[in-house]
Design a protein around this ligand. Structure first.
Ligand code: SF4
Ligand code: FES
Length: 360
């Protein structure tokens, strides 16, 4: 099967961030400022990505606004012809800087919310005053006229705020809200006791989203990532390994997903040493889980394997110790019952302290 070109690229410009969310998807070993790619190397990467077929560029972090050259990077992405989305906590963006980003060609903003009030948002984000600054940013975004997506990560401590989050998205004039139940990679793995929702909470969130999708049809698009420890079928992680998207870490390591470096036997090249095209088509890391030759039973003979590609490789590794195993979210996985028992145990833990993300 020929390998299709990627259509989306996530550029993690930096791991630096003023917040310290306990579910951050950044790796436990954060890249220091001195390891970050310089401006021109990023701009070259944007040119290479566009030539490779990438259409959408997501600028992320850490907090991408921590990069002083953010406006220059956006201008470079625009010159490469990429649709450019800034994924931000909102901290570090002034009105003047937002206007400069607009002039440089930024197409879209995705604002993260750690809670729907200052008490929750500031506690989960680990920064007093952060919520108020986010609300200010939302106002400027609306005044400038950026298309906005609100991104809310939900877990046991804030799932009850989902209805208010949906209201806030509408009040802010967002066209889309991403309601993501926390995924257990990166820092979240250390916080499963504190963040795991109960099965009842997970079911209630799914029902609320289904109802809201009907009520808000044509007004607000709702993307929903369910609590997969409580699900019976896995998500199509990254749309399939190495099939439609790639991530670049702050130091230039090119990855099929944000957690790929947790798979110890894989090696991922750096774009300081190889072209993006070589890495995408020919690196062993990207080719490791393409197609279905690598699959074991029950995936190998399952009719759904072309839809979900056996689920998430990083989760398979984290729970079963084998990255080529069936994602234990799947009801057919031998580890499925173990996963659900773990979920119930984590969800039933009282008074688990949060382990906050450290800074780079
Ligand atoms: Fe998907 Fe594998 Fe489960 Fe089939 S057995 S549904 S391919 S994870
Ligand atoms: Fe790596 Fe799902 S996070 S494959």
């Amino acid at each position: 099967m020929p390998v299709p070109p990627p259509i989306a690229m996530l550029a993690e410009l930096t791991h630096r961030c003023p917040l310290s969310c306990p579910y951050c998807s950044n790796p436990l070993e954060l890249a220091a400022k001195a390891q970050e790619l310089p401006t021109q190397t990023w701009i070259d990467a944007f040119d290479q990505a566009a030539a490779l077929g990438v259409l959408q560029l997501h600028l992320s972090g850490g907090e991408p606004a921590a990069r002083q050259d953010l406006v220059e990077l956006v201008a470079g992405a625009r010159a490469a012809g990429l649709y450019t989305n800034l994924i931000t906590s909102g901290l570090g963006l002034t009105q003047a800087r937002l206007e400069a980003l607009s002039e440089a060609g930024l197409d879209h903003i995705q604002l993260s919310l750690q809670g729907t009030d200052a008490e929750m948002a500031d506690r989960i984000g680990g920064m007093k005053g952060a919520f108020a600054r986010k609300m200010k940013l939302a106002q400027w975004v609306s005044e400038i006229g950026f298309p906005l997506t609100l991104n809310v990560v939900l877990h046991r401590q804030n799932l009850h705020q989902l209805p208010r989050a949906l209201e806030m998205a509408q009040e802010m004039g967002a066209r889309r809200i991403e309601v993501a139940t926390v995924q257990f990679h990166g820092w979240a793995m250390q916080n499963r006791n504190a963040l795991m929702p109960s099965k009842a909470q997970a079911d209630e969130a799914a029902a609320l989203v289904a109802q809201a999708r009907q009520n808000l049809k044509g007004r607000l698009v709702i993307d929903f990532v369910p609590a997969d420890y409580h699900e019976d079928y896995p998500k199509r992680c990254m749309g399939g390994w190495g099939s439609s998207g790639l991530n670049i870490a702050p130091d230039g390591t090119v990855l099929p997903c944000h957690a790929a470096q947790t798979i110890p036997h894989l090696r991922f090249p750096n774009l300081r040493e190889q072209s993006l095209s070589e890495i995408w088509y020919h690196s062993s890391g990207f080719n490791a889980y393409r197609g279905d030759d690598w699959m074991q039973e029950p995936c190998r003979s399952c009719a759904l394997k072309t839809k979900d590609f056996g689920g998430c490789r990083c989760q398979a590794l984290a729970i079963t110790g084998d990255a080529a195993a069936t994602d234990p979210t799947c009801i057919k996985s031998p580890a499925h019952q173990k996963l659900q028992a773990m979920a119930d145990q984590f969800a039933g833990t009282e008074h688990a302290p949060l382990v906050m993300r450290e800074n780079a």
